[in-house]
Design a protein around this ligand. Sequence first.
Ligand SMILES: [Zn+2]
Ligand SMILES: [Zn+2]
Length: 443
Amino acid sequence: MSSELGTPVGGASVQDRRAVLAAARVAIDGLAGLLWQVTGPELAPLVEELDALSCAAGGAVVAVVAEADARGEIAASQAGTSAQWVARHAPSLAAEGAGQVARLVQECRRPELAPVRDAVERGRLPVGVGLTVVSEFRALRPMLHDEARPTVLDGLLQMGAEHGRVGVRRLRPAMLARFGDPGVFQEVQDSAGRLVALSRPVGDELGAFTYRLVLDAHGKAALEAAIGPLSAPAPEPDGSRDPRPPERRRGEALIEVCRRAAAVGGGGIPPSGVKSTLLVTMPFADLAARLGAGEVLGSSEVGALLAPESVRRLACDAGLIPVVLGAEGEILDLGRATRLFSRGQTAALWLRDRVCTFPGCSTPAHWCDAHHLIHWVDGGASDLSNAALLCGRHHTVVHRDRLFGWVAADGVQWDRCPGSYDRALERSGPRQDDLAGPAPPAA
Ligand SMILES: [Zn+2]
Ligand SMILES: [Zn+2]
């Protein structure tokens, strides 16, 4: 268990070590009365030493409980449960913690989780963080490639040691994007999309209203990019600091975004293409193959990960600037000008489509995105024969279900069978640079 420690002061026999432990406790008992002897700067290292000791002791408790569990001592005892056994013999854990120790030991009976127990026993992780690693790993496990499991567990342990529980939970998107089965990260983000909600306002006696807003990763990135620049502190007229707390600045920024959006409505002027700018990096190969994840640059969302189809959707219109990376991580200049529809093209598109082109939808043009029927990553050109207006909701649906649309004489038509886009691309054969777009399905 601690053979790497060799034979330090404690010696090789448990008997000797227990004597040293008893001495250490005596040493601590009298310590408070002797603190006058140390200088101010020596106090901090003293705290560090004591903390290392208590951390090591906590880990050793787990090791001993695991041993008792393995040998059947707990089962043979009077205690009804492992937690009760721990609480009885470690009274400091009786109020809180005994259950955690017992649970960790039980969970880590599975050989696959032995590294977690090992990390806790060595004092690298507190018991609670160890349990968070276990529960995160359990949630991720069914979605991972088999051979990636040890790597993921190791990543979770390292994160736990450095950033605690919050860090462990934050790792999930990155782990799914890198080590998940194909498409699983997209699925997880899509299912989060179904939780998106904005409650009706609840008023209070002060005349204020409370909303509850639930967003998925994509919505969060879009919201943060939109309100980011507007929620920065703005100095007072006299040059003094902005007195508004961050929450108020964010709330006011959101109102401002809504006000501006409402002002654009009805004006009939095509958007200039300068929507809120979200920068996302993603390797070209991943974007083309719908693997991995896009990583947000800048804004308060830096580092957030977006699933591949979400990046494609955002990249269709001007709301996002994908920084597409080559195999070596170098930036490929795919030509922003040719990737997006020009102002003139957008105006022509508004005239042609007038409303969202999805069957049955009548969302007006100024609330729509310009969707590339064949995505530019797949070789689609930025011209009118490859464009269609889609409202936000149907834009999401078209990307999520990979639907193929084409421009017919009487307007844009959609094949609403999921996967029709992939089948259309297959029909068109291998990608060519001057790809005019695949043929519509045979009637
Ligand atoms: Zn699109
Ligand atoms: Zn629509």
